[in-house]
Design a binder for this molecule. Structure first.
Ligand code: 2M8
Length: 411
């Protein structure tokens, strides 16, 4: 029964038009195509319609910029009232887009989609391969100067208001934001969303990017927010590994990808905070640590970058909450169990962390995370995120990545 509901959610959020096939994360709240949401959607579609799964990824990559960047949002349709919409971003080509990227999970998800139908997937993957490679090169050439992956906007990380970014956002002046109407708070309780102060700063960063014409050299040198993130780094390492595996099957020379993965495995050492005894985000403007064990650190297993100290943090987090692994350290003062990325548990993060557990042979952890994610969905529905202590439903409903994760993994 849940399988039928999950498939109906994916179909219901499908916005296939003549221009391409894509899903919205959920109706109203997020009325466009989002980058990593689409990658998870493809994984979900691959359980019952592999052609539709590939089309999701193909539509996303049709919006790829000439420099290889794949934008975090693609504004296929007008959705007046959404803020900040295409006019605020001032970015993209024929189809307007945002001006930043999002977690590069597409290669990892494409590999899973290919595995779902190896024969039919071969041609589709062969066509997508150079585009994924160009995107991975973009990350390496623009965002990895410090050795690890950096983000120029909290939205680029996908984990918008997690406490990891507080130290970097403190240096962003949001006072010029002016009057604007947020659409998110009309749909969802404001106590489960970022604060106005955070939003003002998010908008200041969009303004900075637009004013420099989304010039990467300027962004990397001068954007008031620029933080290196272990989570994004682990995701990209894993994506390089997955793309290389697919490249080998396609008869490609994958030396470059192997080199990138090795370079990042070395570079991520710069994000080990010895005082915290954990992987930690770092403000590249001030050199300050975030000082928080976030869900990004829990992706270390995904990339084969685990260290013994992370075991203790994992054990702590399992014990401190009841359902899954939270988006931020439940024992830190910044923890808020219902406020978006500052504590709630997210189904697609659980799925990614679990892929890491599988890689590391931690089958018991993987099974526990899968079962607890299933319980959350069975108890509270296909919601965007959940309270990790009492399973209360949070955020948007009929959510694409929750349905996808149910079909492909948790259900
Ligand atoms: C959330 O982010 C958007 C901005 O990109 C928002 O707050 O409006 C995040 O959870 C992000 O990870 C996600 O991709 C997006 C759509 O689900 O929503």
């Amino acid at each position: 029964m849940h399988d039928d509901t999950a498939r109906a959610i994916l179909r219901g959020n499908d916005r296939t038009t003549d221009g391409g096939a894509y899903t919205v994360p959920t109706d109203m709240l997020y009325p466009f195509q989002w980058n990593w949401d689409s990658a998870f959607a493809a994984w979900g579609f691959s359980t019952f319609d592999t052609d539709r799964a590939w089309r999701e990824l193909e539509t996303l990559f049709a919006a790829q910029w000439a420099d290889g960047m794949v934008p975090h949002m693609v504004f296929h349709d007008a959705a007046p009232g959404y803020f900040p919409g295409p006019d605020v971003w001032g970015a993209g080509g024929e189809v307007p887009t945002s001006g930043i990227s999002q977690p590069p999970v597409a290669a990892t998800m494409a590999r899973l989609v290919w595995e779902a139908d190896p024969e039919a997937g071969r041609t589709r993957m062969a066509a997508l391969y150079p585009k994924l490679l160009a995107w991975h090169r973009w990350w390496m050439e623009t965002r990895c100067g410090s050795g690890a992956v950096a983000v120029c906007h909290p939205w680029e990380s996908g984990r918008d208001n997690c406490p990891d970014w507080d130290v970097g956002l403190a240096g962003v002046d949001g006072s010029g934001a002016g009057d604007y109407a947020r659409r998110d708070e009309a749909q969802v309780d404001g106590a489960q969303r970022p604060t106005k102060q955070e939003y003002d700063r998010y908008l200041a960063l969009v303004r900075f990017g637009r004013d420099c014409g989304w010039d990467q050299a300027t962004i990397v040198a001068d954007c008031p927010f620029y933080m290196a993130d272990p989570g994004m780094t682990f995701i990209l390492i894993r994506a390089h590994d997955d793309l290389a595996a697919m490249g080998r099957s396609l008869g490609q020379d994958v030396t470059e990808l192997e080199g990138w993965a090795a370079a990042l495995r070395d570079g991520v050492d710069s994000l080990w905070n010895p005082e915290l005894g954990a992987w930690d985000a770092k403000d590249l403007r001030s050199g300050a640590w975030a000082g928080i064990v976030g869900s990004g650190a829990l992706l270390c297993w995904l990339a084969g970058c685990e260290r013994p100290e992370m075991e203790a943090h994992l054990a702590r987090m399992w014990d401190a909450v009841t359902y899954g692994l939270p988006s931020s350290d439940p024992e830190a003062p910044s923890f808020e169990r219902k406020r978006y990325w500052r504590g709630p548990v997210w189904p697609q993060m659980n799925a990614l962390i679990a892929l890491g557990f599988l890689r590391a042979g931690r089958d018991w952890d993987e099974a526990r995370l899968r079962e607890e994610t299933a319980t959350l969905i069975e108890t509270s529905g296909f919601r965007e995120y959940f309270d990790p202590i009492d399973a209360a439903p949070c955020g948007g409903d009929s959510f694409t990545w929750t349905a996808a994760v149910w079909l492909a993994w948790a259900g």
